[in-house]
Ligand binder design. Structure first.
Ligand code: SF4
Length: 457
């Protein structure tokens, strides 16, 4: 959501002449787009803001703005605490941002704008602000009405509101024209899409997106298990562009913890839905989020979470230690779990999940997977002979969202461009978080890989 919002920030500021620089020292304006979902994210944001003090000392005319969920939550307090911040703007102030930046540049004033609006902001389509992307996020709705007791989203992103299908379709068509081949539709709970406004259902929206010519793949996130409809489950079977992966956050495997989290589903319902998904689309990848150490979580509750992980055999898991969040009701709950115990549970969970990561990835060795190449591998720079590799290393994802890295014989010189190509890759090695493959029908290259241990042997 923040990646998408950052693009919108760039979009509204570019008419003022602002463009991106990779060098903070060269910037006239620095915007820190923050996340408040966990304590750690908030600490990171403030520690980054702390590092900007020196830049402001050297260049007093530099404008520094703080946006996003922490800005929405803290508002004017940020201006009071940090003297070199010029602007604080909330999650629903993006359209007012250019006016604020101009005001500050001219009058050297300080502004806090955290006004919420019941309407969704639509930005005029216009030229792409980030070029060369093969995959992009597209927000279909904002806010959330679920009020899970650990979560700040309803307070910092506001009540749930959906965009009109035509606006979404137009935005995606525009992206496809610029070379985008894959979109990820974003919403805090996409299953509620359009319900309040009487728009079409999320599955119907997916059907419309599926018809967009030139688009190759569709993903979406996130879906609350309680609202995952049969219609949406069958969309995985019926829509050829919808990828075979769902992120379905479970948060806990214990019914008593789920109840206190106000998640409104049980472990039985979750297991039933994952079962139905696998029947609808055999081989579908399922990932999830789990919070450990929620207030009052007993050893037995935690064991139930481990048991659910064993039953579902997730393809990947995002695991978090519970942290109190301002405004979230659970901050007032008794039975807080000590840090060392949360840490111990997190390690146990990670260890268990690593087993399933390895198992699920290993099962793909020997298969041929169609991947969409979306760039160079993160770990290895595209420089011949460096980092133990004999050539240019590309990366892409399978429909099931697995990362596949490979070296292509045709691009060993670095001249060939595979970006955006759809390539069949034979999977040769499996790692915990990625796969290694070889494009089919391309002469195998001698690989000198170091670092990661392979699970394929
Ligand atoms: S569904 Fe729950 S966890 Fe997700 S954004 Fe809404 S309140 Fe937060």
């Amino acid at each position: 959501m923040n990646v998408y919002d950052s693009e919108q920030i760039l979009r509204v500021l570019s008419p003022l002449g602002y463009e991106i620089t990779s060098f903070p020292g060269a910037a006239d304006l620095i915007i820190v787009n923050t996340c408040a979902i966990r304590g750690k994210a908030e600490q990171k944001a403030f520690s980054f803001i702390g590092r900007l003090a020196g830049l402001k000392r050297k260049k007093p005319e530099l404008i520094i703005g703080v946006g996003g969920c922490v800005a929405q939550q803290e508002g004017r307090k940020i201006l009071e605490k940090i003297h070199y911040i010029d602007l604080v703007f909330g999650t629903q102030a993006l359209n007012r941002l250019p006016g604020h930046v101009m005001d500050i540049a001219v009058r050297r004033c300080r502004i806090a704008d955290i006004e919420m609006s019941p309407e969704i902001i639509e930005f005029s389509p216009g030229a792409p602000v980030v070029n060369g992307n093969i995959t992009r996020f597209v927000t279909v709705m904002r806010g959330c009405d679920n009020y899970c007791t650990y979560c700040v989203v309803p307070f910092v992103r506001g009540r749930e509101i959906s965009r009109e299908p035509e606006n979404i379709i137009n935005e995606i068509r525009g992206l496809v024209e610029t070379g985008v081949q894959e979109v990820t539709l974003l919403g805090q709970n996409v299953n509620s899409y359009g319900k309040k406004e009487g728009l079409c259902s999320f599955s119907a929206l997916l059907k419309l997106v599926n018809e967009i010519e030139g688009l190759f793949r569709i993903r979406f996130t996130t879906s609350n298990p309680k609202d995952l409809s049969e219609e949406l489950i069958f969309a995985f079977r019926d829509l050829e562009k919808l990828c075979g992966h769902i992120h379905l956050p479970v948060q806990s495997g214990s019914n008593s913890v789920l109840k206190r989290m106000n998640r409104k589903y049980t472990r039985e319902l979750y297991l039933d839905k994952t079962d139905k998904l696998r029947k609808a689309l055999p081989g579908i990848a399922i990932s999830s989020d789990v919070i450990v150490g929620f207030p009052g979580e007993t050893d037995k509750d935690f064991e139930e979470t481990l048991d659910l992980v064993r039953k579902v055999e997730f393809d990947s898991l995002f695991t978090f230690e519970y942290s109190d969040r301002t405004n979230a009701p659970a901050a007032q709950f008794s039975g807080k779990i000590p840090g060392n115990e949360k840490n111990k549970r997190l390690r146990m969970l990670l260890e268990l999940q690593e087993y399933y990561n390895a198992k699920n990835n290993r099962a793909l060795v020997g298969t041929t997977e169609l991947i969409l190449v979306d760039g160079f591998s993160k770990k290895h720079n595209p420089v011949n002979g460096q980092d133990g590799f004999s050539g240019v290393q590309w990366t892409g994802r399978t429909s099931t969202n697995k990362i596949v890295n490979f070296v292509d014989a045709d691009t060993l010189s670095g001249d060939g461009n595979l970006l955006g190509k759809r390539i069949d890759v034979m999977i040769e090695k499996a790692f915990l978080h990625s796969l290694w493959g070889r494009p089919v029908n391309v002469k195998p290259m001698p690989l000198k890989m170091k670092g990661e241990e392979s699970y394929a042997a």
